[in-house]
Design a binder for this molecule. Structure first.
Ligand SMILES: [Zn+2]
Length: 277
């Protein structure tokens, strides 16, 4: 059973909800570390011959086109994380479409290929922004991975396994992140702080449980989680926890996951028709 490995390719300063601390017009002046951190991930994947889906931010593609080429040369899937790293529910539908088209325009001009997959910043397609699914389908996307079955950032009622959505513009696959179900809440163990902080055995048994039911798990990482020297700025305590709690475990956990399970990119799962919608 192949699982799905995904990377959100953004820089350390692409943080949702802190535009007052790091305004967008300051980005070009900040030290970019996305290239070296992503190359580190590419190295780890090459050592284990694993392909992943890279959801690249349009801003990063614009400033580091050679990095996009390098990811493509290594045989990974090039997908998008939007252009300016805005939560979907903070945009109007026309603004979302503009952001999406800008990212796709920059990325496909570099790769010469169609972009098939989208991941929203901070899993921000939720009950108040479901209109985004119609737009994604209308823009020719084959799949989305932006709806988290967890409290606060998503909705606990959302599916925990990949499924095929019907939008106003046709069908669209949805790949939710891995969660661990408990009596009260779904724990967000598929990536970010949850993947770094919860015990590894919980993550391993949750993936194994899904795989036993014939379902793949979707895992995600960010390049800055592989950076022991990521610049520190003053952030609200909750943000600081999400971004940096046990950051040193990310690389070890990726390596363990690659040893314990088999992974590939989302488009390959769809091509192989290993799941039914
Ligand atoms: Zn992001």
């Amino acid at each position: 059973m192949k699982n799905i490995l995904t990377i959100d390719v953004e820089d350390w300063f692409h943080i949702c909800g802190v535009r007052h601390l790091i305004p967008e017009d300051s980005w070009p002046r900040l030290e970019s570390r996305v290239r070296s951190n992503t190359l580190r991930i590419l190295d780890i994947l090459a050592r284990r011959s694993v392909k992943a889906s890279f959801f690249i931010l349009g801003f990063v593609a614009e400033t580091c086109p050679d990095l996009v080429k390098e990811i493509q040369r290594e045989g990974h899937e090039i997908a998008t994380h939007g252009h300016a790293h805005k939560r979907v529910y903070t945009m109007t539908p026309p603004a979302f479409r503009r952001d999406l088209r800008k990212a796709v325009g920059v990325i496909s001009a570099i790769t010469g290929e169609q972009v098939k997959g989208y991941r929203a910043p901070e899993w921000s397609i939720r009950d108040d922004s479901l209109w985004a699914l119609d737009i994604l389908s209308g823009e020719g996307f084959e799949y989305d991975s932006s709806m988290a079955p967890v409290l606060v950032i998503g909705n606990q009622g959302y599916s925990r396994v990949p499924y095929r959505l019907t939008t106003g513009n046709g069908k669209l696959w949805e790949f939710p992140p891995l969660v661990c179900t408990t009596r009260l809440v779904n724990l967000p163990i598929g990536g970010g702080w949850g993947l770094r902080v919860f015990p590894y055995r919980l993550i391993r048994s949750s993936i194994a449980g899904l795989n036993r039911r014939g379902q793949p798990a979707t895992i995600y990482f960010h390049p800055s989680e592989f950076d022991p020297a990521v610049p520190r700025i003053k952030l609200p305590p909750a943000k600081r926890f999400v971004l940096s709690a046990r950051i040193e475990t990310a690389e070890k956990r990726l390596d363990r996951l690659l040893k314990d399970f088999s992974f590939t990119c989302a488009s390959q799962i769809l091509e192989n028709k290993t799941i039914r919608g």
